[in-house]
Write a protein that binds this ligand. Sequence first.
Ligand SMILES: *Cc1c(COP(=O)(O)O)cnc(C)c1O
Length: 391
Amino acid sequence: MSELKQKDQAYVAGTYKRFPVEIVSGKGSVVYDETGKRYIDMGSGIGVTSFGIADDAWIAAVTAQLGKVQHTSNLYYTSPCARLAEMLCTRTGMKKVFFCNSGAEANECAIKVARKYAAAKGEGRATIVTLWNSFHGRTLTTLAATGQDHYHELFQPLTPGFRHIEAGNLEQLKEAISASDTAALLIECVQGEGGVIALDPAYVKEAERLCREHDVLLMVDEVQTGNGRTGSLYAYMQMGITPDVVSTAKGLGGGLPLGAALLGKKVENVLGFGDHGSTFGGNPAACAGAISVLERMDDAFLAAVCEKSDYIRTTLQNAPGVEAVSGMGLMVGIKTTAPAADVVRVCMERGVLCLTAKDKVRLLPALNIPQGVLAEAIETIKTVAKELANV
Ligand SMILES: *Cc1c(COP(=O)(O)O)cnc(C)c1O
């Protein structure tokens, strides 16, 4: 093992099972390891580097801001923060933005908004409903929101006030939303970590109707699905709903830590002075990068995301060793006959970096991945899926 890997294992907390690869550089959707080996990056840092590695426009935007002021605290105004908030509101119809640094923090903000909104209606109304198999983050409260018991076991007691229901089950939905203690429903339009499973739009639409009827907040976790990933700016836009709160992060900053909770009309003034805050939230360099990311996501760009998604689907669907393809846009789950971890390992040996989600191979490539590079990666995945399935 190299000196670097030994050092990392000796000193970095052992929470990550790393692949035996050091990523040293890259450009766009291609990265290189310490030996100079080339890989096509089909994970983009778990859906973060929306325009790929070392993207020129993003570097220019971030470095220009770094040369002016890299951080000031939220005691003062800075231009990128206000401009990004305006951009997010204009493009979504939401009214206000709270900036933070990660997906979990964006959900923490959503949860605080829901609790304060509910508190104004009286006691015992603070329960937040989430779905089994969801993923909302690793802080103790977002862990409580996450509907996967195996994340919970070792960290009791978790924050109280969450109830989980089965995705797609209309009866459970109706019962949960109409319960007198329910404050909000929090959903992912496509469950990401849970296995790249899209919710049925009819179910989401019915959830919206029930939430309106019972004055329950509809909160959508767009941490993974947001910022162009599914072929629309946010995935909820394809479901025909208007959320009260949208949380997002991952691809928003294009590679710098940035999260946001977008607040709709009903809750735009719920948070007041001192109710919430973050030292780094709205950092000018991170926001400048996000502006560069969002301003390039026009209709033509999003249409190209959908085209690449169609290409992946048509190429892999019914391919030998591929049992199903799920997801939306460039958030793709591939159920392979061979175990997903084996497919990912062999793809890596052959120069393609993929992710897994539960029992699936998961792809979250940069949204601007060139078609030729994408085709090369998909051919490798297709070949490996076939070889390992022995078909
Ligand atoms: C990744 C993710 C989170 C957590 O984001 P962090 O930035 O790791 O805190 C929350 N929700 C969803 C849907 C995610 O995919």
